[in-house]
Design a protein around this ligand. Structure first.
Ligand code: SF4
Length: 246
């Protein structure tokens, strides 16, 4: 595991690299965020944004979703994996918000965790993004980086989340989650980390680090990258929150 001074430097560099990092899910209030995060389990942010762009103009409050009902909700989220169970959970969640919380989303992670379909990770994301709590949810990207770099190795995402929350300097606690996700999504990729252009390569324990592509590799890689970027990423002009990774 990295030493405290190394951990500090690693997070400082990521903070400099992704200064405007924020959630790529689209939402306007804590309830929309909660719905989006519940839907995002085992689904991409892009697919969730497409579904909520159709759903939220029709129903974006606990009462409106309840009125829509489980069967009425499914057509809006049918393109998302596990949509049957997510629809069931969301309706139960709305009922509980109305019955026990006055229709409002609670800010406390422990209270959030008691809502149907809301586990440690979802509660941590909502507490952090909607209410500014220093919680660090661990997704597949953060789990991978925490282990590869030596920042916070652990056997399960929840264990890594708890460790990260304990060791992250307070000034980084609110944003570290976003920095790590973006770094994992665009640089420290699962199959082939792009170590040659990684700002934390000098601190990272991963070996062997990936060398820069040769000229022969570079042209096709650049073509694929541009094509996939055009396909996968929303235009920054249309979505000001979209990161522009370098
Ligand atoms: S050096 Fe490589 S393995 Fe380490 S964080 Fe950077 S991209 Fe990931």
């Amino acid at each position: 595991m990295l030493k405290p001074v190394q951990r500090y430097e690693l997070l400082r560099r990521l903070g400099q690299t992704y200064p405007y990092a924020r959630s790529e899910l689209r939402f306007r209030d804590p309830f929309e965020l909660l719905v989006a995060v519940v839907l995002s389990a085992q689904a991409t942010d892009v697919s969730v944004n497409k579904a909520t762009a159709r759903l939220f103009p029709v129903a974006n409050t606990p009462g409106a979703l309840l009125q829509l009902g489980e069967e009425g909700l499914k057509p809006y989220i049918g393109t998302i994996g596990l949509y049957n169970s997510k629809a069931r959970n969301l309706i139960a969640l709305c009922r509980k918000l109305i019955d026990e919380h006055g229709g409002r989303v609670p800010s406390d992670r422990e209270v959030l965790r008691k809502l149907p379909g809301v586990g440690w990770k979802t509660a941590s994301v909502v507490a952090n993004v909607a209410f500014g709590a220093p919680t660090i949810a661990v997704d597949t990207h953060i789990f991978r980086i925490a282990s590869r770099t030596g920042l916070a190795p652990g056997k399960t995402p929840d264990a890594v989340s708890r460790l990260l929350e304990r060791i992250t300097p307070p000034e980084f606690a609110r944003d570290a989650h976003h920095w790590l996700i973006l770094h994992g999504r665009y640089v420290c990729k699962a199959r082939k980390p792009e170590c040659w252009r990684c700002v934390i390569a000098g601190l990272c324990r991963f070996q062997p680090q990936t060398p820069a592509p040769t000229d022969g590799d570079r042209r096709p890689a650049a073509r694929i990258s541009r094509r996939s970027a055009a396909r996968k990423r929303p235009s920054p002009a249309r979505n000001k929150s979209a990161p522009v990774p370098r």
